[in-house]
Design a protein around this ligand. Structure first.
Ligand SMILES: [Zn+2]
Length: 511
């Protein structure tokens, strides 16, 4: 046998407990076929002492939204309302003026509809959380709202419904932009966290955008639960609602596949809409995304139709809801391998931990929130609950598989930063957030490789450097396990290799 390519001269950290290190990796047909091999190769790439890890997997990302946010005006750098308005005034516009990056917590005061009226008509400024927006007065009139401009959850969705759909060509270029960001940061597979009806959908035909041209990385697409329709299948199939033609989790290729069925149950902490059992210190208990009875029914139907569920639940009340429904679904139709996920799983009460473990639920967490929003979240949760935020250690101690993710563009997308914050658990200002939940660097690396691959149902082909798996690697300038924790986020991604191909190669290894 002649290998397609042999990687040598690297420090190979396989993250395969049966064989943790290697001195070379042989690739044939896009897969790892041998470690420490003497086999001849058509091409030998010397990595000059760089560290090679399995390629990162981001189990929850919004590629289309990230791409769009990177090309529409971004107000996240503004510190005053006046600066926001100055920025928007200079923007060429179509029928709508769309901007991104609104965060009321960093401005001198909240932005209002009246402010935006000075900029023009049909102005839509997206909140960083994705769960809210600020719009101009004419838009408020269109949706019959008497708010001062800030619209959250269902009210925001109503405005988006007027802007949508985007053309497939635009969505495709946004997806590509988002995927290119991922590639540069060492991500080989990203799971798009929900297309179709609902909060962040872009078009009723948006999967076409992912098929338009080959993407730079592997992509898994989650489908909004509200896309399920009544089907007249044979009664023996036990189906009430399904995606037309019975399409469900698992269909597709190693490049593009259908992932889980996504349902948003509550809002988010940034917008104070994550559903809690006890009020925020600033008041309110958050809100549901929809009628709980309707959400329960669609999740039960999705489970019965063979889907993996990806239930967005940030507050502990929403997590109770998700666990109750998953338990009920499994009792009605036992599916031991269903591997249902809870997206974010942000505030987990101590009594919920054993239930998560018993139900085999995979928490898909975003440690970067701890850094970006840790100060604010700790304050709105108060001292008793702050240690329950975005847990790590408590899950691992119970044998729960934790999946690393970013929620890009809601938070920074870099897996290396996520890994650092999962270990460090400090906010931007240095505040420790639930330090008892810290995990080791290796455990954090596992979360962003095999843990996230497990959440996506692809741990048989991704997540470690093991013969038989896909030849997907990230090449770093140093070993994250050997540098001080605060330096992990500064490591350079020297290359991203997918299917044995150097797709991101600023160091020029592939020649
Ligand atoms: Zn998300």
């Amino acid at each position: 046998m002649i290998l397609d390519v042999k990687l040598t001269g690297g420090r190979f950290v396989t993250l395969d407990p049966d064989r943790p290190t290697a001195s070379s990796v042989g690739v044939w047909g896009g897969r790892v076929v041998a470690l420490d091999t003497d086999l001849p190769a058509r091409r030998v790439v010397d990595l000059g002492g760089a560290t090679v890890l399995p390629g990162f997997v981001d189990a929850h990302v919004h590629l289309a939204w990230a791409g769009r946010a990177s090309r529409v005006p971004d107000v996240s750098g503004c510190r005053t309302v006046a600066e926001v308005l100055d920025l928007l005034r200079g923007v060429p516009r179509g029928e709508w003026l769309e901007a991104a990056g609104y965060d009321h917590r960093v401005l001198d005061r909240p932005l209002t509809a009246r402010d935006l009226d000075a900029v023009g008509q049909r102005v839509y400024v997206q909140d960083v959380s994705g769960h809210a927006c600020v719009v101009s007065s004419d838009v408020l009139a269109l949706v019959g709202s008497d708010s001062d401009g800030f619209l959250a959850e269902a009210a925001q969705t109503a405005v988006r419904a007027m802007i949508l759909p985007y053309p497939v060509t635009d969505i495709a270029s946004d997806v590509r932009l988002g995927a290119e960001q991922c590639l540069r940061e060492g991500i080989v597979l990203a799971a798009e966290a929900g297309v179709g009806a609902g909060l962040i959908g872009s078009s009723p035909v948006e999967i076409a955008a992912y098929q338009r041209s080959p993407l730079p990385i592997r992509v898994q697409v989650m489908v909004s639960a509200w896309e399920l329709q009544e089907v007249a299948a044979h009664p023996a199939d036990g189906l009430r609602r399904a995606l037309p033609l019975g399409i469900r989790t698992g269909l597709g290729s190693e490049w593009l596949s259908i992932g889980a069925l996504k349902l948003w149950t509550d809002g988010g902490m940034i917008a104070r809409t994550a559903a809690l059992t006890s009020p925020y210190t600033v008041g309110g208990v958050g809100q549901w995304q929809d009628e709980p009875a309707r959400m329960r029914d669609v999740l039960l139907d999705g489970h019965a139709a063979g889907w993996q569920l990806a239930v967005h639940a940030i507050g502990d009340r929403a997590i109770d809801f998700a666990l109750d429904v998953i338990e009920e679904a499994q009792a009605a139709v036992p599916r031991p391998g269903a591997r249902h996920r809870i997206e974010h799983c942000g505030l987990v009460r101590p009594d919920q931990l054993d239930r998560i473990a018993a139900l085999g639920v995979v928490p898909v967490v975003q440690p970067s929130f701890l850094w970006a929003y840790g100060d604010d979240y700790s304050e709105i949760m108060g001292p008793e609950r702050a240690p329950w935020l975005y847990r790590g250690r408590s899950f691992l101690d119970r044998g729960v598989v934790v999946a690393g993710s970013s929620d890009r563009p809601v938070a920074d997308g870099s897996p290396l930063r996520g890994i650092r914050f999962m270990v460090e658990r400090r906010s931007r200002s240095g505040l420790a957030v639930g330090p008892d939940e810290a995990v080791s660097v290796t455990e954090a690396l596992v979360a962003y490789t095999s843990g996230a691959a497990y959440a996506c149902g692809v741990e048989d082909v991704l997540g470690s450097i093991t013969p038989g798996k896909l030849a997907d690697f990230v090449v770093l300038d140093d070993d994250p396990r050997a540098v001080p924790v605060e330096r992990i986020s500064d490591l350079a991604v020297l290359a991203t290799v997918i299917g044995g191909e150097f797709r991101h190669d600023p160091a020029g290894f592939a020649g």
